[in-house]
Design a protein around this ligand. Sequence first.
Ligand code: GAL
Ligand code: ZN
Length: 672
Amino acid sequence: MTIRYGGDYNPEQWPREVWDDDVRLMQRGGVNLATVAVFSWARLEPRPGEYDFGWLDDVLDTLHAGGIRVDLATATASPPPWLAKLHPETLPVTQDGVRLSVGSRQQYCPSSPVYRDYARRLVERLVERYAGHPALELWHVNNEYGCHVSRCYCDVSATAFRAWLEAQYGSIDELNRAWGTAFWSQHYDSFDEVEPPRTAPTLGNPTQLLDFDRFSSDELLACYLAEVEVIRAGSDVPITTNFMGFFKPVDYWKWAPHVDVVSDDTYPDPADPDSPAYGAMVHDLMRSLGGGAPWILMEQSPSAVNWRARNAPKAPGQMRAWSYQSVARGADGILFFQWRQSAAGSEKFHSGMVPHGGTETRVWREIEQLGGELRRLSGPDTGIEGSRVPADVAITLDWDSWWAIEQPASPTTVSYLEVLFAWHRAFTSLGFAVDFVRADGDLTPYRVVVAPAHFVATDAEVSNLAAFAEAGGTLVVGFGTAVLDEHLHVRLGGYLGEPLRRALGLWIEEFAPPAGPDLRAGGGGTTPRVPIDGDVLGGAAMGSVWAEFVRTGDAETLASFTDGALAGWPAVTRRAVGGGGGWYVATLPEQPALTRLAERVAAEAGLERPEAVADGSDVEAVRRGELVFVINHGPDDARLLIDGTDVLTGAEASGSILAPHGVAIVADAQLS
Ligand code: GAL
Ligand code: ZN
C-alpha cells in the first residue's frame, strides 16, 4: 500500500489530447489515485436509458496504462436536465415552497422514488461495466450528500415523512404524545394531516422539527444505501462517500458503519487564524467515525476556493502543512478538488493541482513536492499507513443535541459547534489527543470524557455517562446537558435528572444565560459575558453563551459566578469518586480559562501533560503510531526540542528550526 495522492479528475471538461498530458503530469506529481465521474451523469446517460460509456472506458484505460488507480464515482450527485423535464416532481422544494431549478447541481429530492430509480439503473450499469476494471480501487457513492439540498419540503417528501413517522410511532396517538400536540391546538387525527415543517406563522413544534431533521438525514442515508446495495451485489471493491466534517444536516454516526473507509472534504479558510485548530478537530472526528481506522482526505483545495466572499490563496507551504496535519491525525490519503483547474463553469476560479498557468507555477511546484515526499514516506518502513493515534480524552458529539439546542425558543442562542470547538481546543492545545464519541458508545478506552451541551439525552446515554464517572472515569459535563429526552420533553424535577444528578452531586434549578441589549439589536456588538472566578480557571475570567443556577449536593464548588443574580452560585464543581468523578461546568469559560480547567481535569485524572516538542507560539504536535508529527502554524520560526530523526530530511530533529508552515516527522522520538 502507498499513501493515496491525487484528486477529482474531470476529463470530460477537456479535449481528448489533454488526457495523455494529464496522465504524464500525474506521474510527475506523484499522483496515484484519481476520482472520476463525480459529475458525469449527463455525459454517461445523455438521454433517458441511453448510455454512453465509451469515453469513460477510455479515461479508465488511459489512467490504468499510466499506473493511476481510480476512485470511481457513481455520478448520481447531479441528475441531467432531462430528468427534471421528464419528471418535474424530482426537483426539490424549499421550506418556503420554492421549487429549485436545473442549471446548477444536486437538484433532486432525496425522497423521490423516480430519482432513486434512475440513480439505481445508472449504478447497475457502472458496476456491470467497471467492477472488474483493473484500475478500480474504490467506489465513490454520489458526492457530499446533502451539501446543497439536505431538506426537501415537497409533496413527495411529505408522503415519505408520514411513512417514516408511522414507522417510528406506530400510531397517531403515540405521535401526539411524543410531539406534545396538546399545545397550541396541534393535535392530529391521522397521519394524513401531518406536514413537513414548512414555513408557518410562528414557532413550529420542536419535536416535529427534530423528527424532520432525523428523517431528512435518514432519507439521504437511504439514497446512499440503495446505491451500496447495487455495488455490493456486483463488486468487492471498498465503498466510500465523502463526508463534510462537522456537517449539521447529516448524522454521520449513523452513516459511518456503512462506509468501508471514511473520507472527508475540508476547506478551512487560509485567512482564518483558527483554521489549524478547527482542522484538527475535523480530522479527529473523521478518525473517530471510523473507530480509529485511517481515513482519506478526499477533497481539499490546492490553494484558493471560489465560494467565499473573499478567497485567500494558501500561503506558500500552507497546503503542505495542512496536508501533514491530516496525515498526523490519521489520514492515509491526501486528495484535492480538483486535478486540472476548470477553464469554464462556476468553479473556474477555484484552484486546481494544475493551475490555469500550467506547471511553471508555485501551486504546481508545491503539489509536485508533496507528491514526491508522500511517495518516499509510503511503505512499511516509515510506519505511517495504517498506524493509529491513541487518545485518552474524548468529547461526546450528538446530532440530536446539535439540532435541538439550536432550535428557536431555547433558553439562549447557542452554537453547538463553538462549544465543542472550545473544549476540543482546550485539550489539544495542551498536547492531548482527543477523540469524539457517542454518549451511548464504549467510553471505557478513555480516562476523561467531556459531554458539552448534550441537550438531548436518552436514558441509555445518561446511564452510560453516569456509569463512566462511577466506575472511576473522569466525566466532565457541560451546561445544558440532559435537559430533554429524545422527544424533547423536559426531564422534570430539576434539570440534569437521575442518574447524572447523583453522579455529579448537583442539579440545575434555572437557566440564566448572559444576555444584553446587543442581542435585541440583532446579535451585533459584543458577546454578552458573565464573570466567574476560581483557581481551577486560573483566577477571574469571563464565561459566555450560557449560565445556570446550580444546586449542589455532595459536589464541591471550585469556581463561582461573581456578579448579578448569579453572584456566589457555582460555575465549576467536582464530585470525587476514587481517582475519577464528575465535573460540572455551568458556562463556557473563555479559552485561556477553559484550557486551565482542562489541564486541572487531566491532572486529576492522572494524565500527564505532554512536554513541549518545540518552542514556537503555535506548534502542533501529534503522535501517530511510532512517529511524532510537528507542524508550525505560527508566524515565527520554532526550534525543535525533541531528539530523533526527521524522516522528511533524515536529519537529527533536536535543535532544528521549523519555519512558519514547516513540518517535521520525528522517528524514535525522545524528549531531550
Ligand atoms: C465540494 C465539492 C466539489 C467542489 C468543491 C469546491 O463541495 O464536492 O465538487 O465543488 O466543493 O470547493
Ligand atoms: Zn421532496
